[in-house]
Ligand binder design. Structure first.
Ligand code: AMP
Length: 190
C-alpha cells in the first residue's frame, strides 16, 4: 500500500509517518527530509535549495519530482511508500499520478492533518529548540503556513474526487492521532 500524508508545517506529519512506517512496514519518503539532507551534504543541489527552504518557499516541482521518482522506480519500495510532504500543489499531485502509473502503483489512502495556526506556532516553537531547523523561526513558520494554504486547496479537491481523502484532527495528542490513523489504514486493508 502507498499512503500520502499532508498538513501544514508542524502538523505532525513526520511524527505520524514514523509511527505508521513501523506499524505497517512501510518506507517514509519525506521530501523535506531529503532536501535537508542535500543541504547538509553541501551538494550543488543543496546550495541551490537552502535559501528557498530557509525563506519558507517551495522548492521547484522538478527537483522534488526527481527525488520522488528515485523511490517510485526502486522495486524495494514498491507499494510500500508513505509520501510525507508530497504533493504540495496540483502540479505535484498530477506528477505523482503520472509516476504511479509509470511504475504500476497507486495511492490507497490520503491523510490530511488539520491544525490551526495557533497550535502550529506553539509546536514549531517547541521543535525549534530540539531540531534547530533554520526554517522554524516564527516568521518563516507563518510564511510556510501561508505557502501551504495557498497551494493545497486544489490538492484537497483532487483527492476528494478520487475518494481517497481522510481528514484527521491534528489538534489531538500524538497517540490519539496515531490510533485514528491506524484505524483508517486497517479499514482500507480490509
Ligand atoms: P517539511 O519538512 O515537509 O516541513 O518541508 C520543509 C521545506 O522543504 C518546505 O517548507 C519546502 O521549502 C521544502 N519542501 C518539502 N517538500 C516539498 C515539496 N513537495 N515541494 C516543494 N518544496 C518542498
Amino acid at each position: 500500500m502507498n499512503i500520502v500524508i499532508f498538513g501544514p508545517p508542524g502538523a505532525g506529519k513526520g511524527t505520524q509517518s514514523n509511527l505508521i512506517v513501523k506499524k505497517f512496514d512501510l518506507h517514509q519518503l519525506s521530501t523535506g527530509e531529503l532536501l535537508r539532507n542535500e543541504i547538509k551534504n553541501n551538494s550543488k543541489l543543496g546550495q541551490e535549495i537552502a535559501s528557498i527552504i530557509n525563506d519558507g518557499n517551495l522548492v521547484s516541482d522538478e527537483i522534488v519530482g526527481d527525488l520522488i521518482e528515485k523511490y517510485l522506480s526502486n522495486k524495494i519500495y514498491k507499494n510500500r511508500l508513505i509520501f510525507d510532504g508530497y504533493p504540495r500543489n496540483l502540479i505535484q499531485a498530477r506528477n505523482l499520478e503520472r509516476l504511479l502509473t509509470k511504475y504500476d502503483q497507486k495511492i490507497n489512502i490520503v491523510l490530511k492533518l488539520s491544525v490551526n495556526l495557533e497550535t502550529i506556532k506553539k509546536r514549531i516553537f517547541e521543535r525549534k529548540n530540539l531540531e534547530k531547523r533554520k526554517d522554524d523561526s516564527e516568521d518563516i513558520a507563518i510564511k510556510r503556513f501561508t505557502t501551504y494554504e495557498n497551494n493545497i486547496k486544489p490538492v484537497i479537491d483532487f483527492y476528494k474526487k478520487s475518494n481517497l481523502l481522510k481528514v484527521v484532527n491534528g489538534e489531538m495528542s500524538i497517540s490519539e492521532i496515531s490510533s485514528e490513523i491506524s484505524g483508517l489504514i486497517e479499514g482500507i486493508k480490509g
